[in-house]
Write a protein that binds this ligand. Sequence first.
Ligand code: BJ8
Length: 423
Amino acid sequence: MAEDYRQMWAELGLDMEKHDELLSVLTEAYPSLYLRQANRPKGMEYFDFVVSEIHGLRIKELLEHKEKGGKVFGTFCLYVPDEIITALNGIAIGLCAGTDFSIPDAETVLPRNLCPLIKSFYGFKVGKFCPYFEVSDVVIGETTCDGKTKAYEVLGESQPVFVLEIPHRKNDETFKLWRTELDRFIEEAECLTGVELTMGKLREATKVANNKRKALQELNSLRWSNPTPISGKDALLVNQIAFYDDPLRFTKSVNELVEQLKERVAAEQGVFPADAVKLMTSGTPYAIPNWKLHHVVESSGYSIVAEESCVGSRYFSELVDEDAETLAGLLDNIAKRYFNIHCACFTPNEERMDDIVDLYRKSGAKGVINYTLSFCTPYLVESHKVKGRLDAEEIPLLNIESDYGMGDVEQLTTRIQAFVESL
Ligand code: BJ8
């Protein structure tokens, strides 16, 4: 890191010893996982820099934002509308939930047989070694899966939490409920920030969020070129950083990377040979720093060219319709866009099957790895539907259930290699 941030971390009340340990795990793993990849695009230097400053510069910026009267909203789910938070002088930050480092602390309170994503985020809070948690004025939770819904209750004992009520069925009635829920959220957020939501501010914030989504759409569709100009691991990192970097700076950096990738595509320059097997994934999110699956696949010489995931296509594939005359109209459009995210917490969820098939066809992948975090009931049960649909479409599928531990890396490698051989 460029500066010494120790005083800042101590003032945030972090457990300094554990925090040092966490940073050393990350700084040890990153060079071998990322920096040693061959032929990386130069534009990835910005994202390497963001990782190198993961608990430094961005935290400093958030503290400066708070000093000027702004608020920080911690989030864990795609249903939390960034546009509204930005328009109210807030910053939305996707909190850390992708490592087993924090799980032993979580298991002092939460059951062991719970999704690792939930245990990971709760462990960061209870162990006090995540500066993003400590800098957040409020955590916005959601009633998506039961595990998260109940964990927010426990989290509420040590952190202000506001829980968005997410319907689990999609119809006109539940849309009305969701729209009303957004009004309740706005009321609460206006109260916290002391800022009133206006059409001008929301329109501007919507443009910012849409521009970020457009940049990610372009980047991710360039991955489908042959040979692919960027590794799946690098693209995943960019998709992860989208959740916590400054949106304007992030979008500019993604657009610069896109220009470089276009040049690579024109020159038929790739990071894998043109005949390397391409795969896509579907399933649960890859919260930073969960890079395991991509690393296993790409270390075997295959590339991942798409993710039907919340850290992937579900995050950026749909824009908010900016064409509205009134504040209420723009809020309706925002509500529609978020209601159209196809998480397995919804039932039925046929649209997700369509999305997987569509992405498979567009990306040129030769098979789908349906990846589910252990104990994630919605996605594990929905794997049955995914299999039914992909079998019907004659799309090769490998179902994988895994956690954040490294104990299954060899087994995963063997299964993935066998899957590719069967293609
Ligand atoms: S919109 S996928 S981010 S809920 S993996 S905690 S579902 S038990 S993260 Fe998710 Fe929002 Fe849906 Fe996306 Fe529960 Fe499953 Fe764990 Fe999950």
